[in-house]
Design a binder for this molecule. Sequence first.
Ligand code: LRH
Ligand code: MN
Ligand code: MN
Length: 386
Amino acid sequence: MTDLAAVKAALRTQSVETPSWAYGNSGTRFKVFTQAGVPRSPREKLDDAAQVHEFTGAAPTVALHIPWDRVDDYASLAAYAQERGLRLGTINSNTFQDDDYRLGSVCHPDPAVRRKAVGHLLECVDIMDATGSRDLKLWFADGTNYPGQDDIRARQDRLAEALSEVCARLGDGQRMLLEYKLFEPSFYTTDVPDWGTAYAHCLRLGEKAQVVVDTGHHAPGTNIEFIVATLLREGKLGGFDFNSRFYADDDLMAGAADPFQLFRIMFEVVRGGGFGPGVAFMLDQCHNIEAKIPAIIRSVMNVQEATAKALLVDRDALAAAQRSGDVLDANAVLMDAYNTDVRPLLAEVREELGLDPDPVAAYRRSGWAMKITEERTGGRQSGWGA
Ligand code: LRH
Ligand code: MN
Ligand code: MN
């Protein structure tokens, strides 16, 4: 039997970080569709993020991407966030939108380019000091397009050197989250293509370095929950970039393409003791054709629904079925939880927190969409294709 009060208590503690870039215009490499009322500055992105938090009660932090969210005074941006009931969250570095990085950034064959890239990463740590952020999230577009283009192994050595310099700069309580991605924008080799490579680097770097799993960064059919279970077992799962994919790195709403996969991932998180402050739940997605703020609210709710189902799994019954080798029963215990309609439970949790049980409807009624459409003109791109 699952203890419903404990499930509700756990759900009340869950928070999902939203990415600043999800509030801006974005698109594919074919077209960016601009929308009316999108933010023109980091402060306006925070205004929108505050709406997501107001209606979900579960999105108190906002991830920044540097230089997309570059400002003169990060402490005052943090104060602005705080006035809106938010905190600035993970700082995401960007070493992929500069002409100098054609052949890579921290893995580039030229030490001068590597120095520039490391300089940017160190600047990101300075920003963390000013914003009070705990996590630095590193994703590298580094790789090669053609066999023989560069020395695969030397590139790993350069990467290790850069990471250890940045790791050494981290203060107490700060962490480095290393993100992997199968391919793209490089097509032949990618310098951090998979969890094994990220894990190997993080293991050498020590306690402050953890792996981040972006759910859109795997080959089709990859068993992501196995990766999650393994990383948790090794104490190396730092967090998630949640989003959905059908084909490549689609960055669709979390839980939209495959809610069952999100449930299986969340079950391994719960099972592996990862439901706590050590594992960051973040969204990393873009909204190219749908309205952005309600899509982000929906994504937060999708993560909550997957979590609620994971928490509802009758772990004693599951263990008993597993012990007795009853394959069908064991599977049925898991499926019972997955097939439970948790929406009424989450509505109750929201009402107990003084929130509207239906965050999307409440947002729509609020008039915020109309207000920003009237007040904001000339909205910015998220950074993608900028
Ligand atoms: C790369 C990525 C990484 C970036 C973000 C904008 O595909 O997932 O996390 O920082 O997208
Ligand atoms: Mn990501
Ligand atoms: Mn991605």
